[in-house]
Design a protein around this ligand. Structure first.
Ligand code: ADP
Length: 558
């Protein structure tokens, strides 16, 4: 067996040498092998299991050593090694018995299962982190932030430029909303930081509209693209609040075509300044430019926003489609492979046991059984994730055909009894004859199975679970009752949400990893069929999960 495992037979001259010296012989025999620890790091020779045994160590039980090795035909294999020194009559070590178990396949299986689980959890995380349209919303809010920031930065830069060009003390830019004529301050330069804070606060406090102005004839002149020079010490302005003691205010319209989109205002504070025609023309030109820049900026953002929305929308959809694809590929495929491997290994094992009556590592069948269960569980989780994705993009397909609800329930119970042979699953069929429903039998079975596995999973192994089916006028009702932890009223609502799991409700039986998807999917399926779901529960006294389905009008032809 050792020759087979180490592929010694592939090297015909491997064991021909006839060296006298035991240690030279040993070295020569061991030399061709490369020995690595189970992380793939080369092991120094003194740590090779056979050397350790020769040095008197007994390797057994939890001391078994896992190594990787390149064997003589070049393959890398994984070995679990135990062994014992062989003592001579005088008590000296004369040899070593080394038992190697080739665990390559089993370890590979474990690793793949682990990797599949990791990938699955990563995906679950992606799903949890990006609920429904969060990507879109986030993008939008980002854009919005950018929009106000960008606009005010642009406006501020323009105001600064204006101040430099016109050599004035203060410049403000205000835009006018086209429909409402609400004035919105975009920038102010030339105030002290404290004043600026106060100025912005005032702007936010009262909203003013151009149409409310007390000097409509001035507005008309602005609309006519005229730059205005206002003497603030004269009526009608002299009785208006003038916190900065402005003497002369210059207002230039920001027009695009014949539309007034904003105003540029500038002043020199208490310094009396008579603006020349040139200055006024310059202010007019700057305002026009500012209007164009701001408008262009606004349009750019608007376009960006709508484009981004569309992109976000498409991206969200694409992500979901991609997820479906990836999930299928990344998870279903290795799962199928794992499943195949396990089944193959099981069959081989059976053959080995019956053909050769060999003593097989007693753990092996258990391990395989375990791997089998793990893959089934993973498979279910993956299916749940895929179902959720399908629900989200509206692609959960369901058929509708006449079937018997009682058969569906009975079959599901049988399956669960096979999987959980030690559990007591009681049945109360209160329907006297077949219970016809128009439904997707597989999907309804999925719901019953989910209720049932939850009941078994969350109650202790010695507690029974009762499934009942009864007729209530035009509907049939299926209930699954357990003696588990029960649920407080607030949780009874929330458990139907995607990814919701109740804190403190522990898995009692089996090692099921729950993602909190089963009930969400169940509800979706039952609602699609025109039924209702619910739970009746008292904390500490168990739960009864139920669903109803409308009975089919049509009866079975006998
Ligand atoms: P999971 O895969 O986590 O079981 P489900 O959607 O089926 O997902 O259930 C959501 C949560 O509801 C569970 O995590 C558990 O906290 C709670 N729950 C479900 N069934 C029961 C039950 N029979 N008894 C107590 N709690 C339950």
């Amino acid at each position: 067996m050792a020759r087979e495992i180490l592929a010694v037979n592939s090297q015909p001259d491997y064991s021909t040498s006839m060296l006298d010296d035991r240690f030279s012989l040993l070295r020569e025999r061991l030399f061709p092998f490369k020995v690595l620890d189970d992380h793939g790091i080369p092991l120094p020779q003194e740590q090779w299991p056979v050397i350790r045994i020769l040095n008197g160590e007994m390797l057994k039980g939890s001391n078994a050593v896992d190594i990787r090795s390149y064997v003589l035909d070049g393959r890398e294999i994984e070995l679990s090694i135990t062994g014992s020194p062989v003592f001579g009559k005088g008590g000296d070590i004369v040899g070593a018995v080394t038992i190697m178990r080739d665990v390559t396949e089993r370890r590979g299986l474990e690793r793949r299962t682990h990797e599949a689980l990791k990938a699955l959890l990563a995906m679950a995380e992606v799903l949890v982190l990006v609920p429904d349209n969060a990507a879109e919303v986030h993008l939008q809010s980002l854009l919005k932030e950018k929009k106000t920031v960008a606009e005010s930065t642009v406006a501020r830069r323009l105001a600064e430029l204006t101040r430099d060009i016109l050599n004035c003390q203060r410049v403000g830019i205000t835009t006018i909303e086209s429909e409402t004529t609400v004035l919105r301050a975009m920038a102010i330069v030339g105030l002290s930081p404290e004043q600026e804070v106060q100025w912005w606060a005032e702007q936010q406090q009262h909203e003013s509209r151009l149409s409310d102005s007390r000097t409509p004839e001035l507005i008309s002149r602005l609309r006519a693209n005229e730059v205005l020079q206002l003497d603030m010490t004269q009526p009608p302005f002299s009785d208006q609040p003038n916190p900065y003691g402005i003497q002369t205010l210059l207002i230039a319209p920001m027009c695009i075509g014949d539309q007034l989109v904003g105003i540029l205002s500038l002043d020199n504070g208490s310094i009396r300044h008579e603006y020349t025609q040139e200055e006024m023309a310059l202010a007019g030109a700057v305002a026009k430019l500012a209007g164009l820049v701001i408008e262009r900026e606004r349009l750019l953002h608007e376009r960006e926003e709508s484009r981004a929305n569309e992109i976000a929308l498409r991206a969200a959809n694409r992500r979901m489609d991609e997820f479906l694809g990836i999930a299928c590929h990344e998870l279903k495929t290795p799962l199928a492979a794992i499943k195949g491997n396990v089944q193959l290994a099981e069959r081989r094992l059976q053959r080995l046991i019956s053909d050769r009556k060999t003593q097989i590592d007693r753990l092996l069948p258990d391990l395989l059984e375990n791997a089998n269960r793990q893959t089934d569980r993973l498979d279910r989780l993956v299916s749940d994730l895929l179902d959720v994705s399908r629900i989200q993009i509206g692609k959960l397909e369901m058929r509708s055909e006449l079937c018997d609800l009682e058969t569906v329930v009975q079959e599901t119970i049988q399956e669960q009894r096979m999987i959980n042979p030690t559990r007591s699953i009681l049945v109360e069929m209160l329907a006297e004859e077949a219970v016809p429903i128009e439904a997707d039998a597989d999907r309804i079975g999925q719901v019953v199975a989910n209720y049932l596995t939850n009941a078994l999973k969350y109650s202790s192994v010695d507690k029974p679970v009762t499934v009942s089916l009864e007729m209530e006028g035009p509907v049939a009702r299926v209930s699954v009752q357990d003696e588990g932890p029960g649920l407080p009223p607030a949780e009874q609502e929330r458990i139907w949400e995607r990814f919701h799991r109740v804190r403190g409700v522990e898995v009692q039986a089996g090692s099921g990893i729950g993602l909190g998807l089963g009930l969400y999917i169940s509800k979706t399926i039952i609602t699609w069929h025109g039924g209702r779901v619910g739970v009746a529960s008292t904390p500490g006294q168990g739960s009864t999960f139920w669903f109803t389905l409308p009975l089919a009008q049509q009866q079975f032809s006998s």
